[in-house]
Design a protein around this ligand. Structure first.
Ligand SMILES: Cc1cc2nc3c(=O)[nH]c(=O)nc-3n(C[C@H](O)[C@H](O)[C@H](O)COP(=O)(O)OP(=O)(O)OC[C@H]3O[C@@H](n4cnc5c(N)ncnc54)[C@H](O)[C@@H]3O)c2cc1C
Length: 571
């Protein structure tokens, strides 16, 4: 290697080829053994629950492309991009050396590689312009698979997907920008949106004094007299600030309203959107999240004045789906790493996976992961059908998404911690990939309606939109009679929803999500997974403890764990 500069790909290749027998000048003191092979060069999309769901929800036509993306996501190269993008987080450049404002964020080249793949595979806005049934499901599968490489860059990808239904409340703006939001070209840099080959979007709601209660927003929007508005104020969180277009909430004369704010104005000058700081975050470190101030920033109204929340909620409702998908990705990645380790590591004379208690832990993690994947894809299917005008599916999605988002995101940090522990001390070490998963895990629950807010939103749908409860129970009823424990859980839920109390909203959302997951597994899941889920999560006489790894005796753990154990592809 002397004299050769190592590129990211070289390092990645070394990660696979280095191992026992690699050349070294150091005399060896011992043989390294009983360490698992590096998990690289596998197909992330070789995921039976996901592939079945992809076909069932109408996107079987996308399978080849998803498999291709899965192989890339599981490659050493993509893993290296993910590592580098997180170990070299974005840097804010507020000013140039002469003191002029820049307001630019610099990213590591690995971030741009990740973004290029995501955009090329249409994981952002293209489904909105794709007439094929299943387009949103295909995109969901790509998002789920590719998120394994890095969660952070999925944030701008998700927001660019999500902006479209809200932007359509301003048909002229949508007509101008939607085609550019949906191109498959990643065109980074601050230039007038109309001159770029592809655009990315963001969302600015949260202010210092409130994120859940956005009615407290103080940013002001003054009519400029030419149809545009001038915004003055701040936002406390604005992720992916190098995006081209942002939906922003601000107080207009007619009340809280939604605006489209470009970073660069049509004449090429920078809009008055200034980046104050980047957040020093627990996880999600590849992605920049900025504090922003607006100094008479030009923006255009989307929807009517005073209807800002109603307008922007359409964007939030789409990013919520990605919170569920992203959580399913994290769980699958965690249990895959854990099952891989346990398949190779010996302790006390047996492989870990053959130790009954470890098999129980892994099976429990795998059940949680499959249940989350099934729910995520059912919601992606509902999104697809609702986008094509299916009101029943829209009503189902309204309630099921709020409840599912609440519950699966609550499960994520515990799931990640338990998956990490399967690797013992190695799991606590950064290069295992587990710490990154663990730090990311709480985020989806905070975004787009923190835990309580999501649970209260499910309650609101139940009480104010009875058609959502009808659609939800109609879905559950399709599984009626297939499993006694599920039938009992549905009956209990029916009783509880008849008298919903605010302080019970979390319990109710949890029960709704668990029953939905159970119904999906009973209808479509692997029998061993469905049975173990029903006995542990639904039965009121369950021998299930509160930690993972407490499934009752008789569970077919080997069958369940084999579904999460990755196969390294021949090179
Ligand atoms: C990494 C990261 C990136 C982000 N990116 C963006 C972005 O791009 N754009 C953006 O607009 N925001 C962004 N946010 C902000 C995020 O959406 C908010 O933090 C979130 O909505 C919560 O708002 P808050 O922080 O003001 O907390 P608060 O609203 O003060 O809530 C605090 C707690 O109170 C609970 N709570 C609130 N209301 C009730 C109630 N009625 N009953 C019971 N409990 C309640 C909440 O569930 C929460 O647990 C980001 C946040 C993070 C961490």
């Amino acid at each position: 290697m002397a004299g050769k500069i190592r590129t990211p790909v070289d390092v990645a290749d070394l990660a696979v080829t280095d191992g026992p027998g690699a050349e070294s000048d150091m005399p060896s003191t011992h043989e390294v053994f009983n360490q698992p092979p590096v998990l690289a060069g596998y197909d992330v999309a070789a995921d039976p629950a996901m592939l079945d769901a992809l076909r069932r929800e109408g996107a079987g036509w996308a399978e080849d492309g998803i498999r291709e993306l899965g192989r890339l996501a599981g490659s050493a190269r993509a893993q290296e991009w993910g590592r580098q993008a997180n170990e070299h987080p974005p840097v804010l450049r507020t000013h140039d050396r002469f003191g002029h404002r820049l307001d630019e964020v610099e990213y590591h080249p690995a971030w741009h590689e990740l973004m290029t793949v995501a955009v090329r595979h249409g994981l952002h806005a293209p489904p909105w312009r794709d007439p094929r049934p299943g387009a949103h499901v295909a995109r969901a599968a790509g998002f789920y698979v590719w998120g394994t490489a890095d969660a952070g860059h999925c944030c701008p990808i998700s927001m660019t997907y999500a902006i479209v239904p809200a932007l359509r409340h301003a048909p002229e703006l949508a007509g101008r920008f939607e085609p550019l939001l949906a191109t498959r070209e990643y065109d980074f840099g601050l230039r007038p949106p109309g001159t770029k080959r592809g655009l990315l979007a963001g969302m600015s709601m949260t202010e210092k004094q409130g994120g859940s209660d956005v009615r407290a927003n103080t940013t002001r929007a003054a009519p400029a007299g030419d149809g545009s508005y001038l915004l003055t104020g701040h936002k406390w969180f604005t992720s992916a600030p190098m995006g081209d277009l942002f939906l922003v909430l601000a107080q207009a004369p007619g009340g809280l309203s939604c605006f489209l704010l470009p970073r660069v104005l049509p004449d090429g000058s920078r809009n008055g959107m200034h980046l104050q700081r980047l957040k020093d975050k627990l996880g999600n470190r590849s992605n920049a999240s900025a504090e922003v101030e607006y100094h008479e920033a030009a923006a255009w109204l989307v929807g009517d004045e005073g209807r800002g929340v109603r307008t922007i909620i359409e964007m939030v409702n789409m990013t919520r789906l990605d919170c569920v998908l992203g959580t399913a990705t994290g769980m699958r990645a965690g249990v895959t790493l854990a099952a891989h380790h346990a398949a190779h590591r010996m302790a006390f004379g047996r492989k870990l996976v053959d130790q009954p208690l470890m098999a129980n832990v892994l099976a429990d993690l795998a059940i949680e992961s499959e249940a989350t994947t099934l729910a995520a894809f059912r919601l992606a299917g509902a999104t697809d059908r609702a986008a094509r005008g299916d009101d029943q599916e829209a009503a189902f999605r309204r309630l099921a998404l709020a409840a599912t988002k609440y519950w699966v995101c609550k499960r994520a940090p515990v799931h990640a911690a338990e998956a990490l522990e399967c690797l013992g001390g190695n799991g606590y070490v950064e290069e295992s990939g587990m710490p990154r998963l663990y730090r990311e895990a709480p985020l989806a629950s905070i975004w787009e309606g923190s835990g309580n807010v999501a649970a209260l939103d499910a309650l609101r749908a139940l009480t104010r939109q009875p058609e959502t409860a009808e659609a939800f129970f109609a879905e559950l009823d399709q599984a009626a009679g297939a499993d006694r424990r599920l039938d009992q859980a549905i009956a209990r839920l029916r009783k509880e929803v008849s008298d919903p109390a605010e302080e019970r909203a979390r319990w109710l959302a949890e029960a709704m999500a668990l029953t939905l997951q159970g119904a999906l597994l009973v209808r479509y899941g692997h029998p061993a997974v469905a049975d173990a889920f029903a006995v542990s999560r639904l039965g009121d006489d369950a021998g299930w403890g509160r930690a993972y790894g407490t499934l009752p005796s008789g569970t077919d753990a080997a069958a369940i764990v084999s579904r999460a154990t990755p196969e390294i592809l021949p090179r």
